[in-house]
Design a protein around this ligand. Structure first.
Ligand code: IVH
Length: 745
């Protein structure tokens, strides 16, 4: 290799970087413009990714960092409103995405100015505005624009109740001659769904998120339109000042509050970086339960003198950093809308998406619930859509990105026929929004889903009987189905299973999986190994034999699981337990009057009617008889009183929330029941005790508010053994004093 080769490859590298830089810079500028017009076509996290790629390129090649690079500018502005110069530049914030980066920021500060208190705040996902008060009167309100020049939105901001037209005089806080205050206009989360409903009803595209709704509302040409939107405001910073010299950001917040300018209820001044981390953690957990959306936490150096000393780059201050939460919303393509058939026949439209990572996992499908929901969300096939996965909930399509439409998108039409068996879909009853496949017994979709449910955790819990096995029993390739309904499931024999071939389906969507290399559906023999090459003998798989052994064991499952496994409409595990507990015997349920079933605690008329309807069908009763003949237990044995534990919780209603050490949720409930107690899921004044384990949540808060005795998770055993301790005398009692096991102070 000659000596010039490396240089040539460096040249090529640089050229590639320059080209990528140019493309990225143009894209980012365009996305900023769209964002600013409240019509973004990519999600915030996707924008962040582009922006950080640009920063990385400039770090590697500083010569590409020209003055007009997006990394050197704050934002953008349009000329739809009158331009106005800010008295002081409005800066942006440096984003970071890990606690290590927050630590590195704090280390840099500490090296220069040790021991500075931090002010932690939530990062409100709204729209930045700049308010100028002259002698206490709101003289002007402007958007951020490019940070130097914004747009005059005074008339629109004047319609926001939270922004005072005049500052209130307050003791100790003289109204200053000049006050430039920065803050966020936001759209309250609980109003957002209502706004989108009315947008769709008016034939307009819904907003993708509350931030777009805030921006869209504030940028109305007609301020009376803005006035119709419930916008609010929170101040989070200062610009030019005359006659006001606060020592710290927190001190300035006290003054702003006194003058009638709302500040966040969530800010906190702390001394250590560990407390900053704790704040980040705390608000990460609560991010969806605040009055506005947040997309992170802002950490600032509280003392204004130190802020001045640390200064700023052209774009961001050195004295603050924004920790951004992991994205839970991303944009992707809605490739198609298909319909799946559930175990009770319900036809559910679902979105087929260009696969995308959201909140740590890849999402390819998302439910759309029913045809009315598709309409309500205003999504069309071919749209770019916002997909969301909040916490551990299933992914959902939030809204279309109307700004990304090119006219090729098509409306979804709910099919008239079942995609699995071609029966005509119909509502189960008049006025029902859901369509159903009426072919309950032999629609392969319904039966496949019923079998998968029956073998699942809340029914017979048959290990090794997964989705592929269920599918194989119902819709084998080239052979007749082994099962025409679930009646024969306990009579399966290995020799019937061995020849079965089946197309592998995706459990989330029911769609066949395609082998990439061939483009053909993937076919397997789920119960048999490949035939022996020499003898041609077909041998069972170990999994298949285990499945049959597990089915054998499953015949001993308690009655509530058997009831749940019948896939009776409206009857899930909770109703099944209530029925089992009350009647103790499946035949008694089948024979009971509808009114007697409805009277069972936790059941009610809808479930009672569904139970009666179910047992009125011949082939349903035949299932029960085949299961009985196969040895499935149809009643619970009455417990032997001499074996019962002491009835320490007799008559007590208990709510269990959070994880209890050493118990599953079901196990903890069973332990309470075995001692004469009853478990329910919601806390009321009538609740006897709340057992609050690990991460207890809102039920714990409600128990505190209502004064319901709280048992700590680690005291659960003692509670089972001894019941509740006697109530403390009124004057000394508080939530802690009424906890089991807590010692008097
Ligand atoms: S301080 C120089 N505090 O986030 C410091 N900004 O991504 C400027 N934002 O332009 C901002 N909540 O519009 C600050 N508690 C908060 C904030 C906040 C939201 C916005 C603000 C800023 C943008 C930067």
């Amino acid at each position: 290799m000659d000596g010039t080769a490396p240089e040539r490859s460096n040249d090529a590298d640089f050229e590639r970087a320059r080209e990528r830089h140019e493309t990225l810079a143009a894209e980012i500028t365009e996305h900023r413009r769209r964002y600013y017009l409240a019509e973004p076509t990519i999600s915030d996290s996707q924008f962040d990714e582009l922006f950080h790629e640009l920063i990385d390129i400039e770090t590697a090649h500083p010569e590409l960092q020209s003055n007009d690079s997006p990394t050197q500018q704050v934002g953008t502005f349009s000329e739809a409103f009158t331009p106005v110069a800010h008295l002081e530049k409005m800066l942006s914030l440096q984003d970071v995405f890990s606690l290590e980066e927050v630590q590195a920021w704090a280390d840099r500060i500490t090296a220069e100015v040790p021991g500075e208190p931090y002010l932690c705040e939530v990062k409100i996902d709204g729209l930045a505005v700049d308010l100028v008060y002259e002698h206490g009167r709101l003289a002007r309100a402007a958007t951020r624009g490019d940070g130097t020049t914004g747009e005059d939105v005074s008339a629109n901001v004047a319609t926001i109740d939270a922004v005072p037209q005049r500052l209130k005089a307050a003791e100790g806080f003289d109204v200053p001659e000049l006050l430039e205050v920065r803050g966020e206009v936001y759209f309250p989360t609980d109003e957002f769904d209502r706004l989108n409903e009315s947008q769709v009803a008016a034939g307009k595209a819904p907003f993708a998120n509350p931030r777009n709704a805030a921006a869209g509302s504030l940028r109305q040409k007609d301020p009376s339109k803005t006035a119709e939107r419930p916008l609010s405001f929170i101040a989070h910073g200062l610009g030019a000042l005359k006659g006001f010299e606060p020592q710290s950001q927190s001190h300035s917040y006290a003054a702003l509050e006194a003058w009638g300018l709302p500040t966040s209820p969530y800010w906190r001044v702390v001394d250590t970086i560990d407390e900053v981390f704790a704040y980040i953690h705390e608000f990460g957990e609560q991010r969806h339960s605040l009055v506005h959306e947040i997309d992170g936490v802002v950490v600032k150096i509280d003392r204004l003198g130190t802020q001045r000393r640390l200064g700023a780059t052209s774009r961001v201050p050195r004295w603050a950093v924004a920790y951004k939460f992991a994205p839970e919303e991303v944009n992707t393509e809605l490739l198609d809308i298909k319909v799946s058939i559930g175990r009770t026949g319900r036809a559910t439209p679902y979105a087929v998406l260009e696969p995308v990572r959201v909140a740590g996992s890849e999402v390819e499908f998302a439910t759309l619930h029913n045809a009315d929901q598709v309409k309500a969300k205003g999504v069309k096939i071919g749209d770019t859509v916002v997909v969301r996965k909040a916490g551990d909930v299933i992914p959902e399509v939030v809204a279309p990105v109307a700004a990304a439409r090119d006219g090729s998108e098509t409306d979804f039409v709910m099919p008239e026929r079942c995609p699995e068996c071609d029966s005509v879909l119909a509502p189960a009853s008049e006025g029902d929004v859901d369509l159903r496949c009426p072919n309950a017994r032999s629609c392969p979709g319904q039966l496949r889903e019923r079998l998968a449910y029956l073998s699942g955790r809340s029914c017979f819990d048959v290990d090794r009987m997964g989705y592929i096995a269920c599918s194989a029993l119902v819709e084998p390739l080239d052979t007749d189905p082994v099962l025409v309904d679930e009646g024969g499931v306990f009579d399966l024999r290995i020799e019937d299973l061995l020849p079965i071939k089946v197309v592998v389906r995706d459990p989330d969507s029911g769609l066949p999986k395609i082998v990439e290399a061939t483009g053909e559906p993937k076919v397997v023999t789920p119960f048999a190994k490949q035939p022996d090459k020499k003898t041609g003998e077909i041998l069972p798989r170990k999994n298949a034999e285990e499945m049959l052994e597990n089915l054998e064991k499953a015949k001993r499952q308690p009655l509530w699981r058997v009831i749940n496994a019948l896939s009776i409409r409206h009857v899930g595990p909770v109703a099944a337990q209530a029925l089992a507990e009350h009647f103790g015997d499946l035949d008694r349920i089948a024979e009971a009057d509808e009114s007697a079933i409805a009277a069972v605690d936790g059941v009610g008329p809808t479930i009672a009617a569904a139970v009666k309807d179910w047992f009125a069908v011949d082939w349903h009763r035949a299932i029960v008889e085949r299961w009985r003949a196969a040895g499935v237990r149809m009643q619970d044995d009455a417990p032997d009183p001499s074996e019962l534990p002491p009835q320490t919780l007799e008559g007590l209603t208990v709510v269990i929330t959070g994880g209890i050490p050493g118990y599953t949720r079901e196990g903890a409930a069973a332990a309470v029941k075995a001692r004469g107690g009853k478990t329910t899921s919601s806390v009321s004044k009538k609740t006897g005790a709340v057992v609050a384990g690990d991460k207890p949540g809102s039920k714990y808060d409600k128990a505190l508010t209502l004064g319901v005795p709280i048992v700590r998770g680690e005291d659960f055993e003692r509670f089972l053994a001894d019941g509740l301790p006697p109530a403390e005398p009124e004057a000394e009692s508080d939530s802690e004093a009424s906890s089991v096991g807590s010692e008097p102070e």
